[in-house]
Write a protein of this length. Structure first.
Length: 189
């Protein structure tokens, strides 16, 4: 592989990957009904609106799910994977591309949730900064995810095991659902 194509791979992966991350944040913030008036949420909204606004005029939401964001994520991830495959000299299979894109997006969503809960848990050890916009956004984003786990295992003696339950559930999800999708998509690609 030449230095030029290696640099091209990096730039495509970085640029599209960052935008996919922003759109995924927006989708997850909508799904959890996180605080959209938070300055960090507003950045995500403004950064993702140029691509999402035109799609929303054509693609309606369904049962509280932003289908325009889902389709945009699938298109962007498929484009990213196709360009990477082409730069590496492979002709991608469309079915493999779709399955691999779905697996990669589900993996990204799970990792965002895991990372957010982990950061929230670490920040909870420090009392300063509770009013910081990032801390408030993490709270409004992760609380709807942690609440069902808290109903299963309420906090006892000041120990909240809900994050552990969510980590275990997401790890099982990654192993039983996401990894087979990734393996199937790579095999077909």
């Amino acid at each position: 592989m030449s230095y030029l194509s290696d640099t091209g791979l990096f730039l495509i992966d970085a640029a599209l990957g960052f935008y996919i991350l922003i759109v995924m944040f927006r989708f997850l913030l909508q799904m959890t009904r996180a605080d959209f008036y938070n300055p960090l949420s507003q950045f995500v909204v403004k950064a993702s609106n140029p691509a999402l606004a035109p799609l929303r005029r054509v693609i309606p939401g369904l049962a509280g799910i932003d289908l325009a964001a889902v389709i945009l994520l699938m298109v962007l991830e498929s484009l990213r994977l196709a360009l990477l495959a082409l730069l590496m000299g492979h002709a991608p299979n469309v079915l493999g591309l779709v399955i691999l894109s779905l697996g990669e997006l589900l993996k990204l969503a799970a990792y965002i949730v895991i990372f957010s809960i982990f950061v929230r848990a670490i920040l909870s050890w420090f009392s300063s900064g509770r009013g910081h916009p990032m801390v408030r956004l993490l709270g409004s984003f992760t609380e709807p995810i942690l609440a069902p786990a808290r109903r299963l295992m309420p906090a006892t003696a000041g120990l909240d095991l809900a994050p552990v339950i969510v980590f275990i559930a997401l790890t099982v999800f990654l192993k039983l659902i996401v990894q087979p999708l990734l393996d199937t998509g790579r095999a077909l690609l």
